[in-house]
Write a protein that binds this ligand. Structure first.
Ligand code: IPE
Ligand code: IPE
Ligand code: MG
Length: 248
């Protein structure tokens, strides 16, 4: 279920702290979101270089609709612009891009741009980049449950012997593996409804650094933390194994 090698296959990032970054500079919150795009670029590039297979960026949660209209519209336009302007570079770098989230409620221009970038990059193999926009872990699970009931009614599946693996098939982006490492910028130690189903064995690393200040070295530090956790886990398993033998 969980990848126990040294390098995480799937990294999820909660890109938090944009507003505080801007406020600490006397700037409007939207300036923080704008600056956050640069940090996302840095991390995507580093993930390609580090041979990470999957990166999921938490761009906009379903809870974020409650923010002031001006901030929400700015974020939607920023995502629209990003999808349009980054296509060529991401494609050249072998990045496959896709939306991970609920399509309903998202502006049509954003959906069109996301569909275009997904179509153009669909065969790329170096890195899969999931953009979690209008994402909620609970909604993802509820949505999967509703799809399963529909499939059951159509006689396509038997609801009585559905396994966790079968369930995964009904999530957004079903081919995406469990997340190995979740990074949170901005200092909070919360999941904020991110990747709930896929985070069963994930290592969680939180840094006080605001997202726009996040550097490649911070990513390396998070990966080192992930490795250390895995070494510790392997050692504990070994000790447990030895005791187990002794007592047997
Ligand atoms: C994260 O930064 C970006 C989004 C949620 C879109 P915030 O906007 O939450 O920044 P803080 O947490 O208020 O500093
Ligand atoms: C999490 O940040 C969501 C994103 C980064 C898109 P929030 O700022 O929205 O989360 P809370 O409010 O701290 O839980
Ligand atoms: Mg926040």
């Amino acid at each position: 279920m969980t990848n126990r090698s040294d390098i995480p296959h799937h990294i999820g990032v909660i890109m938090d702290g944009n507003g505080r970054w801007a406020q600490s500079r006397g700037l409007p919150r939207i300036a923080g979101h704008q600056a956050g795009v640069e940090a996302a670029r840095r991390v995507i590039k580093a993930c390609v270089e580090l041979h990470i297979q999957v990166l999921t960026l938490y761009v906009f949660s379903t809870e974020n609709w409650k923010r002031p209209l001006g901030e929400v519209s700015f974020l939607m336009r920023l995502a629209e612009k990003y999808a349009l302007e980054e296509t060529d570079e991401l494609h050249q770098n072998g990045v496959r891009v896709q939306l991970m989230g609920q399509r309903q409620k998202l502006p049509q221009t954003l959906l069109d741009n996301l569909d275009k970038i997904a179509a153009q990059t669909q065969n790329n193999k170096r890195l899969t980049l999931n953009l979690a926009i209008n994402y909620s872990g609970r909604t993802e699970i509820l949505n999967a449950a509703a799809l399963i009931i529909q499939a059951h009614h159509k006689g396509e599946i038997n609801i009585d012997d559905i396994s966790p693996m079968d369930f995964t098939y009904f999530l957004y982006c079903p081919e995406v593996p469990d997340v190995d490492l979740i990074i949170r910028a901005g200092g909070e130690k919360r999941l904020s409804n991110f990747l709930l189903w896929r985070s069963v064995g994930a290592v969680f690393w939180s840094t006080p650094i605001y997202w726009p200040d996040f550097q490649t070295q911070d990513l390396s530090e998070a990966i080192k933390f992930y490795k250390d956790q895995n070494i510790q886990l392997k050692n504990e398993t070994r000790i447990f194994g030895a005791n187990h033998k002794q007592n047997a």
